[in-house]
Design a protein around this ligand. Sequence first.
Ligand SMILES: [Mg+2]
Length: 456
Amino acid sequence: MKSAVRDLQGRRSFFRRLGAAAAGLGAASVLSDADLEGAVQNVNRSSQPSQLKITDLRVAVVTGAPFTCPIIRVDTNQGISGYGEVRDGASKTYALMLKSRLVGENPCNVDRVFRKIKQFGHHARQAGGVCGVEMACWDLAGKAFGVPVYQMLGGRFRDRVRLYADTTEVEDGHAQGRRLKERMDRGLTFLKVDFGVNLLHEKPGTLNVPAGAPARGGDMVMHPFTGLAITDKGVAYLSDFVAAIREEIGMEVPLASDHFGHIDVNSCIRLARAMEKHQLAWMEDMVPWQLPHLLRQIKEATETPILTGEDIYLKEDFAKLVDMQAVDMIHPDLASAGGILETKKIGDYAQEHGVAMAMHFAGTPVSFMANVNCAAATENFIALEHHSLEVPWWEDLVTGMPKPLVKAGHATVPDAPGLGVELNPDTVHAHLLAGEGYFEPTPQWDDERSWDRLWS
Ligand SMILES: [Mg+2]
């Protein structure tokens, strides 16, 4: 070997050793431009995450999706915006009242922002603002750092998220079963149907209604206080109804159920026992979640899985239900439960105690993608609700993902930064609630304040 060649090889190996040592020390000077390019190519160059600040919060209220859903946009000092959504049916005010607490915060500090505003959430729709802002902060953090939300939660357990869909109701069991079969023909692998006292109130001898009790159970009277009971004849009628459904769809496909009416706890037990032979995936919200002892009483009396959770805010009340062994499964709505990270924490807590998590959802694709990212990153996840299969323009509300978003009964987990979608302004404009604008300025919320501290 000529000496010049030996020299060159020696120098190359010296630089390789130097490069390896320098890389260990974090020195970049010996890395090539291509190496540096590769290291930073996923970072949004218009964004310096550590300097990102929230500057504005605006709203566009969409209706007919099928529900009314306020989509929120959180703007920043670096030209990127994040999207979130107040829970279906809730007031946009729940988000707007948070604006003055958010301006100036770095949205990448998602948990810090969440802890600052979580006192302004409560159960059910009242949590909608806090949860919508939390989604938008994750969207911004993901866009600033160039990663999908599920990645920031620890990565994913699945590439596709299984969906379940509710079904419009008819009074005949076989007709209802055929509607459910149509769902299966569209690719759904997990079904839900509502049945209960609504099918009985015109059928003589099926309900026991004390004088003065609300005949249909009453929306505002909790189950134990209506005095409404289902008779043996009523239980048999509902069992026949579900048997007819099973004849149409078979026994293999999971079939969940909800909305039985505000009936007493012993009626719940008798109905749940009658359903055992029909192998329901779960019976949902048989009594209010605030009455965990009654839920446990039902659960212990039947082999039909008992589930609740769509109106619970924060992990603490889920933990109580799990600790009491009051439910077989939990069912948070991410837009009520406390947002993406809190819902993952809820799922993880339940998993440690052998309890699976299904997810309630009834919003637009913005909140849907928050759910899909969370479901991808939560191991004990079972299925996510989809309430909009009959809304033809629903998927057109967003861009950035291959369509359809729902394929063969599953949602694809997005790989794009943040939630994975951007809004399609034309479709959002076309479905704004009457009197509502498209992310119009909100200076009226700049100075909203109170003495927020929770202890002295
Ligand atoms: Mg429900």
